[in-house]
Ligand binder design. Structure first.
Ligand SMILES: [Mg+2]
Length: 172
């Protein structure tokens, strides 16, 4: 079985902009992110990005643009990321989806594909719905502290950024 760190995108891998991020120039990767990703990779974790992208349902941007930003983060992280799952749907614009966090289908797909043991795995996110999706599949949650939302009480750890989260994980 493999162990995995599931990564939310905005507010974890790139700077939260307070709005939809889909242009390369708005996709800001903080210092410390490539280092954190490398540290987790060295520690033997699969690294899977799971991101809600309802801006597609709203017609703001395309799937191609989501993939373009994934290429940028992959390059910054020297190809260390194993997969990207994104949910393009929104219940008010097109359809309900079990993939949309707090739904856990994106995580379930990765668990099946990579033979992941949830008990040895983590989710790092900056929204309660990220950790709720993880909790549904028994993956431990690390919350990235921010001004928009409080960590849920079942968060395993609250970190200031991805590097702090990665240090916590590898020191377990
Ligand atoms: Mg986020």
């Amino acid at each position: 079985m493999n162990k995995c760190v599931f990564l939310d995108r905005d507010g974890v891998l790139n700077k939260e902009a307070g709005t939809y991020v889909y242009r390369p120039e708005e996709f800001i990767i903080p210092d410390g992110v490539p280092q954190a990703v490398a540290m987790l990779k060295r520690a033997g974790f699969k690294l899977v990005v799971v991101t809600n992208q309802a801006g597609i349902a709203k017609g703001l941007y395309t799937r191609q643009q989501v993939l373009q930003l994934y290429e940028i983060i992959q390059q910054a992280c020297k190809g260390a990321l194993d997969a990207l799952y994104f949910c393009p749907y929104h219940p008010k614009y097109d359809s309900e989806s079990l993939s949309r966090k707090p739904g856990s289908l994106m995580l379930e797909k990765a668990i099946a594909r990579f033979g992941i043991d949830p008990q040895q795995s983590w989710m790092v996110g900056d929204r309660q719905r990220d950790l709720e999706a993880a909790k549904r599949v028994q993956v431990k949650g690390i919350f990235i502290n921010n001004e928009e939302e409080q960590a849920p009480d079942y968060a395993h750890f609250v970190a200031g950024n991805l590097l702090e989260a990665a240090l916590f994980i590898v020191n377990q």
